[in-house]
Design a protein around this ligand. Structure first.
Ligand code: GAL
Length: 811
């Protein structure tokens, strides 16, 4: 092995006088206005009165919440509704509907090719450069690019970029966000260059001793030029582990193919997410024309009938979650530290897979999943040719579906985290006799563009798709809910494996407990909350335990993607019908403020095999319930535990297979009587040894504010975020679990207040204002670094309790 500085690439590169490729991200200095503006695409338009913003930007997250925003009178057919009713808060009660204009300027390089890349713009983007339309892309989630070489100024200076976006009412079933909410980049290249997403890497042979790597590089505008293509494969420590230099002329527009052997490859997996880079240089004579890096991983995936899923030859089941794309209080505006924060929480829970429901993800999410070790199911659509929403994607499907698929597939087919494609979610097309033709059309596109990954589709109409051939033609049948129908599907379908493409949809509000604690579908309460005993779900869904059992009991189930990892804005079931205020989902295992709900520990106790989980619920502040029964549940990876209240034993519970399925996964004491004091649990391992204990105490009077963070040091890049957890506690530090007082924030020094959230779906406090009510005694404050080193001081104060302070370094 040789280090990169010895490679042939660098020697040739040294001969080259020009930087061949450059990339700039357009973040600062944008102007924005809402509403239609005539002539706003013109280069000389005066936008000085518009708001100054940075991109990524979500114009709707600043609210205000209003019941009248995007009121939808619909019958949600997937939820078995037959008559239309007034849906409130379906898209978050936030003002995402309307037209928005953005303008900025950029420099291009004279005599070069110039391409604009949009990671996503919501939605129906019309892009203008120097007054001329450059491209249109309707799907708000997809990445797209346009070659603007012919539109930029000859001297490269002061190019005016204008973007018009339009979100129609009734165009979404959840909060889609609004605006240029992902990154925009200008890419300059030589005329002969590798286009955006222009390489495809596969690993046709992977064994312990060696892996073969095949790289296909598309090269544009090379005509009959003889090219030299040099590629180094570089491991995660910077060693060049394989290298090739080939000469050739591009034939009939075919990609330039190179094959490599990597000895003793380090395989990518969630537990060991090892990455390689292929660095490709293109020369004509001795002139370097382009350098392009393709990051990839070496791993195998197999889906075996009756046996399940294998990664690198090892059997495993997906322990996955579905997530929508919004980042709670940040809205849809993408932020890498926020995504990383979410993934850290999921990792600790033992989650190993993400389904991007129901749309193309931000590229930053896929990169992070490569780096942090999550398998991914990428899914482009919630609608095909038949509408779910009056103004949904069906308007564009026939003309745009293939283009949208190709962009997604080309963008992400080199990412090792991606282990399967989904072609859609609960599309009404699944009902129709001819629906399989549309599914086949989409599946064939996947196979053509990426022969290495199988295709699934989230299906909810199980009887229909078993009968009409829709499910039988997919590589992997994926079912949404209906776990009780898996056996029938397994028997009737030729694939002989079943994926829980979407499961559970249990609903809960963090820290809110309803009595009696019993299983209930569609339970509603006056406070518009759901119980955190984790026994409430929607009429079409179920409690988590049922899905655990399906995975544990059958080899042919390949795992699940829980709806959802995080609460998201919009779709506030069961409070979606004339039930304002409620603006966000209650399905999350983790709430909108990124604070784990009790359910987090239930999943952790089953999924995280390496860590101890011992979690008690509910809280123990039941003033007014003295002498009454208040059930206590314990979520633990240990098989059994004994419970004590103020020293009195309520006996030992052991997980078992008799009775209800909850008994397999939870320890439950239904006869516990409330008296203020202390609930203690002592856990026993399988050898009957007492191994761990945990205590929850009745909190006294609220006394002070406690602030804590896992992010004591931020990067001075003006973007890094610290998630700070705020608790209202008594004098001994016990959480006051029912406190809901208003807290005010002050941020001084080397950063700024960014947003806060409390996870209460009924709370109309605005995220971007420096005040927020606590919910169940807690909330999250998000602080953002500036661009200079120093210290940020966050101060949180509220009536009746001592102020809290925390300092965060910025470097
Ligand atoms: C599913 C659907 C999701 C979400 C979920 C709520 O049917 O695929 O998008 O609506 O229900 O339970």
């Amino acid at each position: 092995m040789k280090k990169i500085f010895l490679s042939t690439i660098s020697i040739l590169a040294a001969l080259s006088l020009f930087a061949q490729r450059s990339e700039q991200s357009l973040e600062k200095g944008w102007k924005f206005t809402k509403g239609e503006v005539s002539g706003a695409e013109q280069a000389d338009f005066n936008d000085s009165g518009w708001e100054s913003v940075t991109v990524p930007h979500d114009w709707a997250i600043y609210g205000p919440f209003d019941v009248n925003n995007d009121l939808q009178n619909v019958a949600v057919k997937q939820n078995f509704e037959t008559q239309a009713s007034l849906k409130t808060g379906r898209t978050g009660g936030l003002p995402y509907v309307g037209i928005g204009w953005y303008r900025t300027t950029f420099e291009s390089e004279p005599n070069k090719n110039t391409t604009l890349v949009f990671d996503g713009a919501m939605s129906e983007a019309r892009v203008y450069v120097n007054g001329k339309e450059a491209c249109f892309w309707p799907c708000g989630y997809n990445s797209f690019h346009c070659d603007v070489t012919d539109l930029v100024n000859a001297d490269g200076k002061d190019n005016v970029l204008a973007v018009r976006l339009e979100n129609r009412p009734q165009s979404s079933r959840w909060y889609p966000g609004a605006g240029i909410y992902r990154h925009v980049r200008v890419v300059s290249t030589e005329k002969i260059h590798i286009p955006v997403w222009g390489t495809q890497i596969t690993t046709p042979h992977v064994k312990d001793d060696y892996a073969s790597v095949c790289l296909r590089t598309t090269i544009l505008n090379s005509d009959k030029t003889l090219l030299t293509v040099t590629t180094d494969i570089i491991d995660s420590e910077g060693n060049v582990v394989a290298s090739k230099t080939n000469k050739g002329i591009i034939n009939h527009g075919q990609p330039f193919t190179q094959n490599f052997t990597v000895n003793s490859p380090k395989l990518w997996s969630p537990e060991s997410p090892v990455l390689y880079n292929a660095v490709t240089k293109i020369y004509s004579s001795d002139t370097l024309l382009d350098t392009y890096t393709t990051r990839f991983g070496i791993r195998t995936i197999e889906y075996v009938a009756d046996k399940g899923f294998y990664l690198n030859g090892k059997h495993r089941k997906f322990q996955g979650v579905c997530n929508h794309h919004d980042l709670g209080p940040l809205g849809a505006a993408i932020n890498v530290s926020s995504l990383r924060h979410q993934l850290k929480l999921l990792k600790d829970m033992g989650c190993d897979a993400i389904r991007t429901a129901h749309n193309m993800p931000a590229p930053e999410l896929v990169s992070l999943c490569d780096e942090m070790g999550f398998m991914m199911m990428l899914e482009p659509f919630d609608e095909w040719d038949i509408a779910k929403c009056d103004n949904g994607y069906h308007r564009f499907f026939n003309e745009w579906a293939e283009k949208d698929m190709i962009n997604m597939l080309h963008q992400y087919r080199n990412n090792p985290s991606v282990v399967m494609w989904s072609i859609g979610n609960e599309v009404p097309t699944q009902w129709s006799a001819d629906g399989y033709k549309v599914a086949k059309f989409l599946q064939d596109i996947c196979h053509r563009e990426d022969p290495t990954r199988p295709v699934t589709c989230g299906m909810d109409q199980v009887q229909s798709v078993l009968g009409n051939g829709f499910a039988a033609m997919l590589d992997i049948p994926g079912f949404n809910y209906r776990a009780h129908m898996y056996d029938e599907a397994y028997e009737r379908l030729p694939q002989n494996i079943i994926l829980g493409s979407e499961t559970s949809s249990t609903v809960s509000s963090r820290g809110v407990y309803k009595l009696p604690a019993e299983r209930k579908a569609g339970a509603m309460y006056e406070d518009h909350q759901s119980s955190s005993y984790d026994l409430e779900y929607c009429t079409w869904s179920n409690i988590p335990d049922i899905d655990f059992a399906r995975a544990d009991d059958h080899e042919w189930t390949i795992g699940q993607f829980v709806w959802t990892g995080f609460d998201y804005l919009g779709e506030p079931s069961p409070y979606d019908t004339n039930a304002w205020p409620n603006h966000s989902s209650m399905f999350g295992i983790i709430d909108l403020a990124s604070i784990p709900k009790d359910r987090y520990y239930l999943y952790r106790s089953v999924w995280n095999k390496d860590a101890e989980t011992l979690h008690i619920l509910p809280h123990w502040n039941w003033e007014g319930h003295e002498g009454q029964k208040v059930p206590v549940f314990v979520y633990t990876n240990y098989p059994s535990a004994e419970l004590f209240i103020n020293g009195k034993s309520y006996g030992r519970q052991t997980k078992h297979k008799d009775g209800t399925v909850e008994n397999r996964y939870r320890l439950m004491w239904y006869n516990t009587v409330y008296e203020p004091g202390e609930v203690k649990v002592v856990a026993y391992d399988k050898n009957n040894k007492a191994v761990a204990e945990k205590t929850v105490r009745t909190a006294g009077k609220p006394h002070h504010i406690e602030l804590s963070t896992d992010y004591p040091l931020l990067k001075a890049d003006g973007k890094d975020l610290a998630y700070v957890t705020l608790k209202i506690v008594d004098k001994d530090g016990n959480l006051c679990p029912t406190d809901g007082r208003l807290v005010n924030f002050k941020v001084k020094g080397a950063g700024k207040y960014r947003a806060s959230a409390n996870g209460d779906p009924t709370c109309l406090d605005l995220f971007h204002l420096p005040r927020m009510h606590a919910f169940s005694g807690m909330l999250t404050v998000i602080v953002q670094s500036g661009e200079k080193s120093g210290e940020i001081e966050l101060q949180a104060s509220a009536k009746g309790v001592k102020t809290g302070k925390i300092t965060i370094k910025v470097k």
